[in-house]
Design a protein around this ligand. Structure first.
Ligand code: GDP
Length: 308
């Protein structure tokens, strides 16, 4: 991920080195190369335009002309602006004052929600929390048992409906399977009754955006009033990540983004576009199928990785 973008950007900036003063033509040429590198990495066009405009304005300003090392100052500007489009500050989970904190996962089928639920459960446990994973993806065959498997691997309890029977133990609602909204509500009640302090709700996705998917996700949201709704998106889907993010922002609304499959060889455009386009921060990054292939997303570290 980011390898070719990283090579192109460092290449573009290297050309400036060794020059004393930078002419406007030097800056224009570098900006052109950066622009091409970003477009080739599948970064969305409006994001590229705004990014280049900011770099150009700053690189032609007093900050660079007064600098002892103008080339290095341009690199610093590019780094700062990259951190900016990646979201600036690291955005931490907002835990509820009165537990349980409810975290709902939303996204297309195959985005990596169920895998993420296990990773998030594992991470929450490491942070000293007592999470409960709730299986509300009743659409995809095998999603419930997949969640049970990842929960077991992470050593985290899973709340799931048993096919054809009522769910929940004593003190929970006696709802039957097949109704994700009731399962979600019963899961939150179970967490309250048994003192789990974080509930992670895995929801169903579709292969594409559709009204029914959005309705189900927003019904679950309305029924559980989540503290965080995380939009989970496969970073490999390139430009489509942006349109999918926009559709989920309109249809369900979310408070943060999780990028998955950062271990793939995609060009990285999704990572660089989704924050600017939706205004919501990237909070976590998933980079593999193992529980540990997961971390809080730090914009500054990602920018350093991209700039090499
Ligand atoms: P869901 O439909 O959104 O619940 O998606 P899943 O969690 O079932 O993930 C879909 C596929 O992507 C599975 O084969 C996962 O093992 C795989 N997957 C999930 N996250 C990652 C990741 O970060 N990297 C890689 N390489 N594969 C992943």
């Amino acid at each position: 991920m980011f390898d070719s973008l990283s090579d192109r950007l460092t290449g573009a900036l290297k050309d400036l080195r060794g020059k004393g003063r930078l002419s406007d033509a030097d800056i224009d040429r570098t900006c052109r190369e950066i622009r091409l590198a970003l477009l080739e990495a599948d970064v969305s066009l409006p994001v590229v335009r705004a990014f280049i405009a900011r770099i150009k304005e700053r690189a032609k300003g007093a900050e660079v002309s007064a600098a002892l090392n103008p080339a290095q100052t341009v690199v610093k500007i590019v780094n700062e602006e990259l951190i900016g489009i990646l979201g600036g500050e690291t955005r931490r989970v907002r835990f509820a004052k009165n537990p349980p904190t409810v975290i709902m996962l939303a996204g297309l089928q195959g985005a990596g929600k169920t895998t993420l639920a296990g990773k998030l459960g594992n991470w929450l446990k490491q942070q000293g929390h007592t999470p409960l994973l709730v299986a509300c993806d009743l659409q995809r065959p095998g999603a419930v048992s997949q969640l049970q498997i990842v929960g077991e691997r992470a050593g985290v309890q899973v709340f799931a409906p048993h096919p054809g029977t009522s769910i929940g133990g004593e003190g929970t609602l006696g709802v039957t399977s097949g109704d994700p909204v009731s399962v979600a509500k019963a899961g939150v009640d179970e967490a309250k009754a048994k003192h789990y302090d974080v509930v992670v709700i895995d929801t169903a996705g579709r292969l594409g955006i559709d009204a029914e998917l959005m309705k189900q996700a927003s019904d679950i949201r309305d029924a559980t009033s989540p503290d965080e709704v995380l939009f989970v998106v496969d970073a490999m889907i390139g430009q489509d990540a942006v349109s999918t993010a926009e559709a989920f922002a309109d249809g369900v609304g979310f408070t943060g983004v999780v990028l998955t499959k950062l271990d793939g060889d995609a060009r990285g455009g999704a990572a660089l576009s989704v924050r600017e386009v939706t205004g919501q921060p990237i909070m976590f990054a998933s980079s593999g199928e193992k529980l540990e292939d997961f971390d809080v997303f730090h914009p500054d570290r990602m920018a350093s990785r991209i700039l090499g």
